[in-house]
Design a protein around this ligand. Structure first.
Ligand code: SAM
Ligand code: SF4
Length: 329
């Protein structure tokens, strides 16, 4: 098991497959992008699958989410998913993506064994998308969402981050859109994880604001708390249900006490928290010939000292060196 000293058990592995991206979302990356990780440092497809296998077979990992950067930029994605799906016990397999390119790949991803998908969509206005993501790709994202649903992925979840004076008036329109298409919408509070360190608490659109904006148009009823488990999203029934909307209030209502996640970066570093300031290298030992038992032991030692909380609200908080795109969101 991957246990920490506070009794939490990590069962949900987030694997970043690349730090590269074809968008430049303002809350994530600077306009010119970043210095990408050098190719030789990236885990190969075989190395990714090997570490996922160690997690699943030796450490109790039950869910594997592939993310990035933009995971659809990883050519071997379908193969990695198929090999993950062949593991026993078979983990749940999910993907977080900006949706660009999904029209071409949704069916193959499904056939490979993908169970669930989250597509990020922050705005329905092409001009706002162009400013917020710094690329003119809204139509591609919307097509990608439709392709995911068409391929039979259910439920299709949509992640939205609201930014002050940009798309902060779109909470209700985004929910209306998602209800109309059968997508399940979750808002994520903006976190201090952008490479350019532009996050400001005073500018952040809070969960409270989002819920107030939605409440003006919809009747929201808190969902059964037992359904939440370790899920970060607080869930609400919309107009009596069965449709739901979620809010992930990472900053204003942290849920670190029930966190069950652990992360593997594209260059093979284990992180026990998005906000961790240390990492444990698995790539070096793996390439030096370490066996599965040794890798599992290193991984356990990486998770054990996980801190009780992310500390964003402490005066001494320091943002981690790696930005979200390089950790895997
Ligand atoms: N490129 C893919 C995408 O955008 O879905 C996967 C990686 S992205 C880092 C994963 C999720 O993190 C996205 O839903 C994105 O909106 C969210 N995200 C990125 N930076 C964030 C930040 N500073 N605060 C909150 N969420 C953020
Ligand atoms: Fe790319 Fe996702 Fe970051 Fe946007 S949030 S820049 S799509 S990695």
């Amino acid at each position: 098991m991957l246990a920490d000293s506070f009794g939490r058990i990590a069962t949900d592995l987030r694997v970043s497959l690349t730090d590269r991206c074809n968008l430049r979302c303002a809350y994530c990356m600077p306009p010119d992008g970043l210095d990408w990780l050098a190719a030789p440092g990236l885990l190969t497809d075989d190395e990714v699958v090997r570490l996922v296998r160690v997690g699943v077979q030796r450490l109790g990992i039950r869910e594997v989410r592939f993310t990035g950067g933009e995971p659809l930029l990883r050519r071997g994605l379908e193969g990695i998913i198929a090999r993950t799906a062949a593991l026993r016990p078979r983990p749940e397999i999910s993907l977080t993506t900006n949706g660009i390119g999904l029209t071409r790949r949704a069916a193959a991803l499904c056939a490979a064994g993908l169970d669930r998908i989250n597509v990020s969509l922050d705005t329905l206005r092409p001009e706002t998308f162009r400013k917020l993501a710094r690329r003119d790709r809204l139509a591609d994202v919307l097509d990608g969402l439709a392709a995911a649903a068409g391929a039979g992925l259910a439920p299709v979840k949509v992640n939205a981050v609201l930014m002050r004076d940009s798309n902060d008036d779109e909470a209700a329109p985004l929910l209306r859109f998602c209800l109309g298409h059968g997508y399940e919408l979750r808002f994520i509070e903006q976190m201090p994880l952008d490479a350019q360190h532009g996050w400001k608490r005073a500018d952040m659109v809070t969960a409270g604001e989002i819920l107030a904006a939605l409440g003006a148009e919809f009747t929201l009823t808190p969902d059964d708390p037992d359904r939440r488990g370790s899920a970060p999203a607080e869930s609400f029934l919309v107009d009596g249900g069965p449709a739901r909307v979620g809010v992930i209030a990472s900053v204003t209502r942290p849920f670190c006490g029930t966190c069950d996640r652990v992360r593997l970066t594209a260059d093979g570093q284990v992180r026990n928290c998005l906000f961790a300031r240390t990492e444990t290298d698995l790539r070096g030992p793996l390439r030096a010939g370490a066996g599965d038992a040794e890798l599992a032991a290193l991984w356990q030692r990486a998770v054990a000292p996980k801190l009780p909380g992310h500390g964003i609200n402490d005066p001494s908080f320091l943002q981690p060196e790696r930005p979200m795109s390089a950790i895997g969101g």
